[in-house]
Design a protein around this ligand. Structure first.
Ligand SMILES: Nc1nc2c(c(=O)[nH]1)N[C@H]1C(S)=C(S)[C@@H](COP(=O)(O)OP(=O)(O)OC[C@H]3O[C@@H](n4cnc5c(=O)[nH]c(N)nc54)[C@H](O)[C@@H]3O)O[C@H]1N2
Ligand SMILES: Nc1nc2c(c(=O)[nH]1)N[C@H]1C(S)=C(S)[C@@H](COP(=O)(O)OP(=O)(O)OC[C@H]3O[C@@H](n4cnc5c(=O)[nH]c(N)nc54)[C@H](O)[C@@H]3O)O[C@H]1N2
Ligand code: SF4
Ligand SMILES: [Mo]
Length: 721
């Protein structure tokens, strides 16, 4: 916090929306006691922040406006889902929760407890939850919405490099000669880094942008080459590009021999992807395929970026590894302006990975399956040997299956809204209804998930809690709280710690502040790939955002390594070599057929954030997008007799939704697009996920939320002006 001369106090914090992680300043007018939050604060970009350099998008700029609307202020409880909630004290709510946890352990065993958290937790929340569930209670049933988001990137990095962790940094956008953007609508979803690249792109015609996306998005509109591939054909394309690069002799044999393994199998596979076949499968021209490979071959620095169009697939991990293959083939890694760079979705999904916030992970990039990792944590947490379970916990969708089989006795959901964001909502909601006891910990009331809870716990959110978040480029920022909590809300980590103490783990939950939590977590990362022993709340407050790896010793070494990983080309595998991966393309899980002839894909809009809990409460953003819609190609619309604005009924094998038609050539023929943002509180029957299926990638267990087969028919003509 700094005092500026003109009756202002400036608080440095972070945007709580996307993984770009823009620094924000909340400028408080201190000489007007009559002006209150939010008007009391002007939110603007923080020019000192290394990741965003003062820039913000509409979401960051308007964040303060939603903070005090429709907040959950007190703990609430009810006996049955249909009943009204009654306000209760924290003491009563926590006593009931603790008694319930103990009863479930006694009758069903500890693995009947589940927690489903979120990349919108701060790292301190994540860490405290891991310590409570995986440590003290001894069940690994903690999963997060990152399972629906980044888990394929995690497993791809682990398989190719031996450890998670995006190797690149945002400076690479200023230095690359070719940006290969696949399955990412960066212009709308990571706007500030896209703007950063666009500055360079506009000024330097030799710098190329290739966009691979079935839709002509705002990102694709400004590309030098847009490959509008059929959904699910990414591996065909990537193997096809590798085929050409090999054929043209554009591979780096020296790099391949010294720093990689698995090349022979990869070479065998890519021989089977000649341009004619690839172009036909992807639905693009051979010329465009050649052009993509040529841009790659002719650039001295190639940066690949990807997001949900890659991760949310039954081959998410394979797609990530296939992108990495191209970088290994051409030695495009470990140097400025080059490398494979997953763009993180949520503001702190990265911190979640560091803290072990998925069902197969433990804090410090450790694995449940590794006995040494478990033993290290047992010692660190002062728990008996063997206390941490060796069983991988339930993933997000496994929790639904567990509810269906009556194997879950208590479900604790925090900082996520699964009644909108889970696949196959008809099945999801039916499973949630069966839950014998659901705790829902959120900032707002209601959200769609409120309807499925027995206990509501009020959480503080942005501006009211202090903690850290890590962005896509491994940069950790202190998010300063500067407002008192609303009502009786508490920070997520405080709630988890108090439940831990009440369960008898006083010694494990002595934390007084979130700085204490971070200090403990930092120690557990020592000598791990994501080491942060050099970072603390005090240092972040003093120095501003810091990148990891950051050690409390040899800081001069970190300066060389922390901006980019693998600059020494030593990977985290046992032989220190990166691994090629040989995969055939399998397409999408649910192919169109006569009954369901279209592929539905689902994604995001620039102004809205996910399930609208905040952006739906901001007038300016609501006006940008007055209603949901479905994008349909003009030829498909004509065949179906659908005109602009007509209400279209969309059916899949699982559900039915209705959307006004937006007829546009931006979508490929045979494909339709719906935004994910309209749950049942924001529109009638316009849920995208009523239609989607839960089939998932076998390695990452991330569901294929990007593709399912649907049919369309006119429901009623022109409902909307
Ligand atoms: N404005 C805004 N920004 C956000 C968010 C938000 O809600 N709103 N959410 C944040 C989060 S958590 C995330 S995960 C990110 C997501 O960021 P993105 O992944 O960029 O966003 P999406 O719109 O989900 O999907 C990106 C694109 O994938 C394409 N796609 C679909 N199927 C395929 C395919 O088979 N292959 C390829 N190559 N592409 C395909 C879609 O057409 C879509 O344009 O955004 C983050 N930023
Ligand atoms: N079909 C389809 N489905 C998708 C996707 C897709 O592309 N297609 N994308 C998937 C992806 S990538 C994601 S990330 C998910 C996102 O889906 P969700 O996680 O369900 O979406 P959000 O609306 O971001 O929910 C976050 C909740 O946390 C609350 N909150 C904010 N701050 C705090 C806090 O500090 N503490 C607590 N306790 N609560 C807080 C907010 O009020 C909000 O209710 O959706 C997934 N679902
Ligand atoms: S780009 Fe992302 S982090 Fe930056 S202001 Fe926008 S939503 Fe916030
Ligand atoms: Mo996400």
């Amino acid at each position: 916090m700094t005092n500026s001369p003109k009756d202002q106090t400036i608080i440095q914090t972070l945007c709580p929306y996307c993984g770009v992680g823009c620094g924000l300043e909340a400028v408080e007018i201190t000489n007007r006691p009559d002006v209150h939050f939010p008007e009391r604060f002007k939110v603007r970009g923080d020019r000192q922040h290394p990741s965003s350099q003062g820039m913000v998008c509409v979401k960051g700029a308007t964040i303060a406006e939603s903070i005090q609307k429709d907040r959950l202020l007190h703990p609430m409880m009810r006996d049955r889902l249909g009943d009204d909630f009654r306000q209760v004290s924290w003491d009563e709510a926590l006593s009931v929760i603790v008694a319930k946890i103990q009863a479930v352990i006694a009758h069903q065993g500890v693995d009947a407890l589940c927690m489903y958290g979120s990349g919108q937790f701060q790292t301190e929340d994540y860490y405290t939850a891991q310590k409570l569930f995986k440590g003290c209670l001894g069940t690994n049933n903690f999963d997060a919405n990152s399972r629906l988001c980044m888990s394929s990137a995690v497993s791809g990095y682990v398989k190719s490099f031996g450890a998670d962790g995006p190797p690149c940094c945002y400076e690479d956008f200023d230095e690359t000669d070719c940006l290969f953007a696949i399955g990412t609508n960066t212009a709308e979803c990571h706007p500030i880094i896209f703007n950063r690249f666009r500055k360079r792109h506009k000024k330097n015609p030799q710098v190329k942008l290739i966009v691979v996306d079935p839709r002509c998005t705002q990102t694709a509109e400004v590309a030098d080459l847009h490959l509008a591939i059929q959904p699910g054909t990414d591996i065909d394309l990537l193997n096809g590009m590798a085929h050409l690069l090999w054929q043209w002799g554009k591979c780096d044999r020296h790099f391949i021999d010294r720093h990689t393994t698995g090349f022979a199998e990869f070479l065998e596979i890519i021989q089977l992807y000649p341009p004619e076949l690839v172009a036909r499968r992807c639905g693009i021209t051979i010329e465009d395929l050649h052009q993509a490979a040529r841009f790659w071959a002719e650039s001295s620095r190639v940066l690949s970026i990807w997001s949900m169009g890659v991760n949310q697939s039954i081959q998410g991990t394979a797609k990530v590894q296939s992108i990495i293959n191209l970088h290994l083939l051409t030695a495009q890694i470990g140097k400025a302006g080059a490398g494979p760079f997953s763009l993180t979705g949520q503001p702190n999904a990265m911190g979640g990975r560091e803290a072990g916030g998925l069902a197969h992970l433990l804090p410090g990039y450790r694995f449940v399956s590794n006995p040494e990792h478990r033993a290290e944590l047992e010692r660190f947490w002062n728990l008996p040997s063997g206390h941490i379970s060796d069983r991988v916990g339930r993933t997000a969708w496994d929790m639904i299956r567990g509810l269906e089989a009556d194997e879950v006795g208590l479900l604790w959901i925090a900082a996520t809204n699964p009644a909108v964001s889970f696949p196959d909502l008809v099945r999801t909601k039916a499973a949630l209804k069966r839950s014998p006891f659901t705790i829902y910990q959120d900032a707002y009331d209601p959200t769609e998930t409120t309807a499925f809870a027995h206990v509501l716990l009020p959480a503080t959110q942005w501006s009211e809690k202090t903690g850290t978040m890590t962005n896509s480029e491994r940069c950790v920022t202190l998010c300063q709280g500067f407002q008192p909590p609303l009502g009786e809300a508490l920070a997520d980590w405080q709630i988890f710690a108090e439940v831990g103490r009440r369960l008898g783990f006083d010694e494990q939950f002595k934390f007084q502040t979130s700085a204490d939590v971070y200090a403990e977590f930092a120690q557990i990362t020592r000598d791990r790939p994501c080491e942060i022993t050099g970072i603390s709340h005090a240092k972040l407050a003093e120095l501003g955002a810091m990148q990891w790896p950051s050690r409390d010793r040899q800081p001069e070494l970190d300066k060389v390594h922390n901006k980019r990983l693998y600059t020494d080309l030593q990977f985290h595998t046992p032989d220190r070599k990166a691994r090629f991966a040989a995969y055939h393309s399998k397409g999408v899980f649910e192919n169109p057929d006569e009954q369901y002839p279209f592929i539905l894909t689902v994604g995001r809009l620039y102004g809205h954030w996910h399930t609208q809990t905040r952006t739906g409460r901001i007038d300016k953003i609501r006006q940008m997008y007055p209603h949901p819609f479905i994008e349909i190609h003009p030829q498909d619309a004509e065949k179906l007799g659908i005109n602009q604005g007509d209400l279209v009924e969309v059916r899949s094998r699982r559900g039915i939704s209705k959307f006004p038609a937006l007829i546009t050539k931006a979508i490929a023929k045979g494909v339709v697009f719906v935004p994910m943002h309209w749950g049942s509180l924001w529109a009638d029957n316009a849920e995208a996920n009523a239609l989607t299926h839960p089939e998932a990638d076998p390695d990452s267990l991330q569901p294929e939320l990007k593709a399912c087969a649907v049919s369309l028919q006119l429901a009623s003509p022109k409902q909307l002006a």
